[in-house]
Design a protein around this ligand. Structure first.
Ligand SMILES: [Zn+2]
Length: 404
């Protein structure tokens, strides 16, 4: 007697992206942070950014009830620093509320003001969260924020994170560009010096370094390209240079993407390298299936979320950027992502609407609108009929960890 054993290999069946588990995972970070993340308290707005924008890319913002949505908006505004006339240019958002005391004591409040200043990364992520949640940014004084950005620009064109002094490098060049672009106002920011810094950071192998004379890096290359696009200066690079940058980026693919030659692949580089290639209209030259396979190898099938490596602990940073990396490949169930601003195209459409309203109110700033967002505009058409952003106005106790 012989038996037929079905040896058909089903391993080629693509692994599903566990959309609802990822949504629950991100929602959890809006309600409570695990103790192991206590050291991230001073950058809490970035965690809110990854969670809120991740839910948006998952088309799951409906999981955030209207009251909670408004509480997040109010919490974000609670970190806004509005400088007075006689103060240094410290406008922008803080990342946490440790310097916002719960008191009416004017002496204490006055004392604490000395320690309140905007931080470029916190300002970028705070404004992005507001836009993603459908806020109209009407509580912002755009000039004071951009004054704060200009105040931290270095003579060589780079930016520090805050006026009290910090590292200055390409990461904050990117944050400065996103803030000015989102606020549709560049004020005293020196775009020419910014361009010079970025151009000088292009290395011999055609990736960009974080600081002058540094090593080319995938994350930094994204920051450089996105800043150039958002400031309308991408076309200032020679076409042949852009092709060589594209080549350096494409060569970062192993299965997923690495940040530098001979480094291990990491989920977040599916965004940093992927978004860079989207900006250069070269993402279609990558292997989508291999990229997807790697990202999904870091998916936590039990509690949701993505990690940087297989078997590693998932976190909001890699979860959001992994989802964005999948969105670039057209993964079903995910919304389109605007590469240079690192937010959904639906959020970007809302931002474009705000810009139109502001411009109609004042006939100024036309030189700041010369974006070369060809790929973004193409994707924009796909979401023109997308869902309207809710703009509810309710209050309740904060869903976030107590702000003060
Ligand atoms: Zn990473």
């Amino acid at each position: 007697m012989s038996y037929h054993i079905d040896m058909e290999d089903n391993s080629t069946e693509p692994e599903p992206v566990l959309l609802s588990k990822h949504a629950k995972n991100l929602l959890r970070f809006l309600n409570m942070l695990p103790a192991r993340m206590a050291s991230h308290d001073n950058t809490r707005s970035t965690i809110v950014f990854f969670a809120v924008c991740g839910l948006d890319v998952l088309n799951s913002l409906n999981l955030v009830p209207p009251k909670m949505r408004q509480d997040i908006i109010d919490w974000i505004y609670g970190g806004l620093v509005v400088p007075r006339d006689n103060e240094k240019r410290c406008g922008g958002f803080m990342g946490c509320r440790a310097m916002v005391p719960l008191t009416e004591n004017s002496e204490v409040l006055e004392c604490m003001r000395k320690y309140q200043w905007g931080h470029l990364a916190m300002t970028y992520t705070s404004i992005a969260v507001l836009v993603t949640l459908g806020d109209d940014l009407s509580r912002l004084d755009r000039k004071s924020i951009v004054d704060g950005v200009a105040a931290v620009q270095r003579p060589e064109g780079s930016f520090s994170a805050c006026i009290d002094g910090s590292e200055d490098d390409m990461r904050f060049v990117y944050c400065a560009a996103t803030i000015c672009h989102m606020l549709d106002y560049w004020g005293d920011v020196d775009k020419e010096a910014m361009f010079q810094f970025i151009e000088k950071s292009l290395r011999y192998d055609y990736g960009f370094s974080q600081e002058l004379e540094g090593e080319a890096h995938g994350g930094t290359t994204f920051c450089a390209l996105a800043a150039l696009q958002l400031s309308g200066q991408l076309d200032r690079l020679h076409a042949a240079t852009l092709e060589r940058i594209k080549r350096w980026l494409i060569f970062r693919q192993v299965d997923g993407f690495q940040g530098r030659p001979n480094k291990p692949v990491d989920t977040c580089y599916s965004f940093w390298i992927g978004a860079s290639l989207c900006i250069l209209n070269g993402f279609e030259l990558t292997d989508y299936a291999k990229n997807r396979e790697y990202i999904l190898s870091t998916q936590d099938t039990l509690v949701g979320g993505f990690a940087k490596w297989p078997q590693a602990t998932p976190d909001p940073f890699h979860t959001y950027l992994g989802l964005c990396g999948l969105a670039f490949t057209g993964e079903p169930g995910l919304s389109a992502v605007m590469p240079s601003l690192n937010m959904s195209m639906a959020a970007y459409v809302h931002l474009q609407h705000l810009h139109e309203v502001w411009r109609s109110k004042s006939n100024e700033g036309k030189e700041d609108h010369d974006l070369t967002l060809s790929s973004a505009v193409q994707q924009l058409k796909l979401v023109e009929d997308g869902e309207a952003k809710a703009t509810t106005a309710t209050t309740s106790t904060s869903p976030l960890i107590s702000a003060q």
